[in-house]
Design a protein around this ligand. Structure first.
Ligand SMILES: Nc1ncnc2c1ncn2[C@@H]1O[C@H](COP(=O)(O)OP(=O)(O)O)[C@@H](O)[C@H]1O
Ligand SMILES: [Mg+2]
Length: 485
């Protein structure tokens, strides 16, 4: 069993793959955005804290730089050896006092060299402003503040205090966070990919199982139904739709099978009859009258065969959609009258009264040949099934307004039985014995043809039993006549 149905269509995209990709991309974007946001906020916070500490140190040192009674400048600092200074080097703050022209006046006692001096920053600070700068001191990055001592009084002239803090700890922290968030992002992306791939697989698995089951249903097993996931709300409808489609296919198949069997049977009976009659006739020499009788009876069978074949062909054309109407303005009353005239002799011979009740001038846009066939089949049936003494009426009604044209054929015959609609089935004969009555050349296809023609004309045919006795067929033509007026 192949699970890879999606790729069997060549360049069809895989739903599973698409889903997994979209999910992963979304997750990755979210995680990266979050990481960047957190990193930026952290960096901001670290910088703020560092600056605050530098500023605090600067203001303390600036206040104390000249408070010695001797007036000599010195910093208030721990007495740190360079070794000790190295051991706390990340928390340490370097301080140095510069004269206006860049001469070092004083620096922290543990420093072995001058802080890097930015002349522009010095000049600006000399002008009385706090200036921030970044530089390198002894190979390490530092952040420095130029603090104008002028703030403390004119005695300091334009001397500037520079306080610097190593950036190593802050940089290392940011680097670690970066590594951490990159790792988390990779983990999340990989995890999301596998997770969503697995989840999407589970989501599409029912579809594959339904497909597998559907694939196993063939012509020979049209009774089988799809049972997979029929109880899961998301797939219930899909399974239902497939199953009802299978129902329809099976019904159509059964109908077709029955039709073929019935047709073969109908064709075989006259052939068997002819075979027998011809064999008997040929068994010995006969009088001309006997040959004549044999030929006449075979002619009847040939006529019957020809009728059936004709009917079958009409139905086959209709099934194939080849029964195309060519509509033209048609006088319905005219068609009804002509049909009645053709059947009058037969009706009278049988003692059935036949009457047409047609409003004149009912002209509709319809195929006259197909419509005559419908009227003929209905009236022929009515005459055929009505016993002597009964009557058949064919009426045409085009009632006022937009009511569609309606042709009604009613009789006083035996009626259509408990299920009137069944008469439209192919080869349906309500009562085998009756339809084989002497004038019944019926094949059981006449009304099936009526239904097929009506469908191509866009018309509706109704069949019902009349309250007292007899049947009534109504053909309701589509509403084109009214639209044309
Ligand atoms: N007017 C009618 N009155 C009673 N039964 C009818 C009438 N029309 C049709 N039927 C029933 O419907 C069956 C099918 O009719 P149809 O398709 O025309 O076949 P056929 O005329 O060849 O028997 C008939 O055999 C008959 O049993
Ligand atoms: Mg008939």
């Amino acid at each position: 069993v192949t699970r890879d149905v999606a790729t069997s269509a060549g360049d069809a995209r895989s739903f599973r793959f698409t889903l997994a990709v979209r999910f992963t991309v979304t997750m990755a974007a979210a995680v990266v955005a979050m990481s960047v946001g957190i990193l930026l906020a952290m960096k901001n916070r670290l910088d703020q804290e560092l600056d605050a500490s530098i500023l605090a140190v600067a203001s303390i040192q600036a206040a104390s730089v000249t408070d010695a009674p001797s007036g000599a400048m010195h910093f208030h600092e721990w007495e740190l050896t360079p070794d000790e200074a190295a051991s706390v080097r990340e928390l340490i703050r370097y301080a140095q006092v510069w004269s206006e022209d860049g001469m070092s006046l004083l620096r922290s006692q543990f420093m072995t060299s001058d802080l890097p001096l930015d002349r522009d920053a010095l000049a600006e600070a000399g002008g009385g402003r706090l200036v921030w700068a970044e530089a390198e001191y002894e190979g390490n990055p530092v952040r420095a503040l130029y603090y104008p001592l002028e703030r403390l009084g004119a005695a300091h002239r334009r001397h500037v205090l520079q306080v610097a803090a190593p950036l190593r700890a802050r940089n290392r922290m940011i680097e670690q966070m970066l590594v951490f968030f990159t790792g988390i992002s990779i983990l999340v992306v990989v995890g999301t990919w596998f997770g969503s791939w697995w989840l999407a697989g589970r989501v599409v698995r029912p579809v594959h199982e339904i497909i597998d089951q559907a694939e196993e249903i063939g012509v020979g097993s049209l009774d089988r139904r799809i049972s997979a996931y029929a109880d899961m709300s998301e797939y219930q409808r899909l399974v239902q739709v497939l199953n009802t489609m299978l129902d329809r296919i099976r019904q159509a198949f059964d109908a077709q099978r029955r039709f073929t069997a019935d047709a073969s049977h109908e064709l075989r009976s006259p052939l068997t009859a002819m075979w027998g009659e011809l064999e008997v006739a040929l068994r010995r020499e006969r009088e001309p009258a006997e040959y004549r009788a044999a030929l006449e009876s075979t002619l009847e069978e040939v006529q019957r065969l020809s009728h059936i074949t004709e009917d079958l062909l009409t139905l086959a054309r209709s099934d194939a959609g080849a029964l195309t109407p060519s509509p033209e303005p048609t006088d319905i009353a005219e068609i009804v009258r002509r049909t009645v005239d053709r059947l009058r002799a037969r009706a009278e011979g049988k003692g059935v009264s036949l009457a047409a009740d047609a409003d004149d001038g009912v002209v509709t846009h319809v195929d006259p040949h197909l419509l005559s066939q419908v009227v003929w089949n209905l009236t022929d049936n009515a005459v055929k099934f009505t016993p002597p003494g009964g009557c058949v009426r064919v009426g045409v009604h085009a009632r006022a307004g937009r009511d569609p044209t309606r042709i009604e054929v009613s009789d006083t015959g035996p009626g259509l039985g408990p299920e009137p609609r069944r008469v439209f089935e192919r080869f349906y004969r309500h009562d085998q014995a009756r339809s084989r009555a002497p004038d019944a050349s019926g094949t059981g296809l006449g009304l099936a043809i009526v239904a097929a023609i009506a469908a191509t004309l866009g018309a509706r045919v109704e069949a019902r039993n009349l309250p007292e006795r007899g049947a009534c067929f109504a053909v309701i033509l589509p509403d084109v006549g009214a639209a044309n007026e």
